[in-house]
Design a protein around this ligand. Sequence first.
Ligand code: FES
Length: 114
Amino acid sequence: MPPKYFPTRGHLLVCQGNSCQARGSALLYQALWKHLEREGLSYYKQGGSLRLTTSGCLGACSYGPTLCVYRPQGGGLQEGWYAGVDFPLARRIAQAVHEEAPLPSEHRYSPEAR
Ligand code: FES
């Protein structure tokens, strides 16, 4: 039997490469994980919709902590790439994905249309 498939509204990845860790990305990941748990936003919670994982280097090492998000949009995937992410911004990004609202523009370095 295959594993259970959990539909999600988006996948957030928080870089845990060396440079981002030196800028606090481990704490950022833990704080965001706890927030998603507490608010019931994680995909495995009733009504939750978000997947959160760590990643290796995302290629913006001098600007970390780096976070990227992918979410379904218009039959494709929308990307959001963020540098210098702190917990309040990570929380706003997660909330926007959960609510299927526009992604925050601050600290975003990917083009808006993607
Ligand atoms: S270490 Fe995070 S972007 Fe490279």
